[in-house]
Design a protein. Sequence first.
Lengths: 361, 361
Amino acid sequence: MTIDRLADTDYQLTEKGTPVSGTRRRVTQRDIARLSGVSQATVSLVLNNRLDAGVRIAPETRERVLRAIRETGYVADPLARRLADRNNRIIGVFTYEPVFPSGTRDFYHPFLVGIEENAERRSCDLLLLTSAPVQDGRRRIFAEGSRIRLADGCVLLGRDIDRDDLARLIEEDIPFVSVGRRDDAGGPVPYVGADYAAASAAMVGRALDAGHRELAYIGRGEGPESYADRLRGFTSAAPGTARRLPALDAASLDRLTAEGVTAVFLEEPADVPAVSAWAAERGLRIPADLSVVALGDPTRPVSIDLDATGFTIPRRDMGLQAVEVLDALLEGAETQAQRLLPCELHDGTTLAPPATGRNPS
Amino acid sequence: MTIDRLADTDYQLTEKGTPVSGTRRRVTQRDIARLSGVSQATVSLVLNNRLDAGVRIAPETRERVLRAIRETGYVADPLARRLADRNNRIIGVFTYEPVFPSGTRDFYHPFLVGIEENAERRSCDLLLLTSAPVQDGRRRIFAEGSRIRLADGCVLLGRDIDRDDLARLIEEDIPFVSVGRRDDAGGPVPYVGADYAAASAAMVGRALDAGHRELAYIGRGEGPESYADRLRGFTSAAPGTARRLPALDAASLDRLTAEGVTAVFLEEPADVPAVSAWAAERGLRIPADLSVVALGDPTRPVSIDLDATGFTIPRRDMGLQAVEVLDALLEGAETQAQRLLPCELHDGTTLAPPATGRNPS
DNA sequence: TCAAGATGATAATTCGTATTATCATCTTGA
DNA sequence: TCAAGATGATAATACGAATTATCATCTTGA
């Protein structure tokens, strides 16, 4: 029984004797076994070299098998291998909107950089769940024929994620991690979020240090957890006199400044240009006449002329750690499954001490 | 036998009666079979709905099975399906570099927009083959444990793609489409490329129309197919006197202009700023003293002050059509598997008639 | 009434690999 | 010389899904 049987006709035939069609069949352990006159099991044992667990292979046979493997260039079918150990090493990525938006500036991109980086490191593939059917303008996780279970686990991206979806993920025991903090939904939700509350509070601290006393928060402060967190952080650090404005409009801004507000905090950093425009119309200068703090960094292109004071969301790191947590969940390892990462404060040029005398007594 | 047996204890046990450990098991056809009181084979038959081949299922059982599938959210394990040589509606995306680069301006992004758009339309998921091991700084398609076969087929992205890899893809009969034209590699390569040759020739035509007679091509004109195509297009349309400069450097540019060249064609659009800077140093104005044509559009940020004359590579559409071709290949449908899409010419401001008298006789 | 055909479901096998239990055969030691 | 232990390999099975051949059961027609 020699190696060159590889060239024999019987190697060209399948078990049943039907000739292999034009395309060459890939070499399997069975082939190696035939070539070296052993059983398929032996080949597998040689390959996995399980010295432990009391598996013994005669050096002689071992060599014979290894030689056949070398000569044929056999490599294990990764699919079959994975099938046998029930781990597909596929990480699903779900977003309610397209992952690759046409818009120039990309909201998801930084997260994905981190996710890809860590997936690569862990030899995982990423499955973008683009097949999820779109209903009412957004993709649905759990629609008829949902393929979310194709992946071993899933990373969820998006500003707001349906609570019912989260509850169902938990209920159905589908491993997942949310990028961005989420409230409990029928159980604790694993997440890697940015610590908006702490960062917002810190920004308030800076404003107070600079001498501001009359502050205002502009934004809904509800809906997505990230909004609520900002408002909570703001409220926790701001004096009781702080105002709140649910939405941005010129009239309200007029009123606020008339009432003596010297610093406004924008829940939505993308609103900076609007405030800037409003100020220009009124002949007010930022920050001389009014300080503006962005509670985050702009996700949409913002006027270049203004370097807003605010903080940076560690997007890449969030994506990175989300994969880390997911991996731990899949391995059944212990992990901190709810993480809040600190934001880096950004000085910018829109926060300065208030003009004296503008503060009403 | 009702669906709520899902909650029964025996569902929590494996066949052998050993309790399922902490690790979740994915729902299998066997589970569905138990739930609906049929055999695994029946479940498979229902799923694959083989009305042909004389397979009959009673509507009643069919419904029962489908109900169980709906209630459990069952999806077939993609690995098992591939092992059995079936399709999963998963399109692989392979790039030699990370799909999501850290750099702001993203080379792959526009292609991916098109790919995702079409994948979504066809209810396919995208598998980013991030698990491919990195050797010598680039991912390898065919390394030990390559999981490329996990996808039904694959879209290849990248300026230059390894010829041997292409050959092996063909040899192993793995359906794929290259984004960007590729030379044959052991067989015709399916691709969706940009028609650089035609676009380059067209740009030469414009320069000639404007009165230019002495032209120069700057670039290697070899390596990636896209470079060769540009040079070929240029050469086909340019007069025999046209010069060629393999790489960009100040001295050579000096020489070219001294020799009377009035228009340069840049293989690499990203070189525009360099030429612009050189011109500024020499006190030359573009296009008054020298016309500059970019053979493509910049993939890297380019000085904003110069709107280069050139053409636009239809990236989104290339991605879109790549998926279209791949789908056709998978379906075994007839298609034009090698496509060159036209580029849109962009007027810009860097091409103008040459200053009179500068042309040597 | 009984064979032939229609109907509906299943057992068995395949894909390629991993693992466990089992089975021969050969050494020892007393 | 015979049982106990060591040694080396294999059979059997699992993983999850697809498919073919087979087997019951029920209709129908003459």
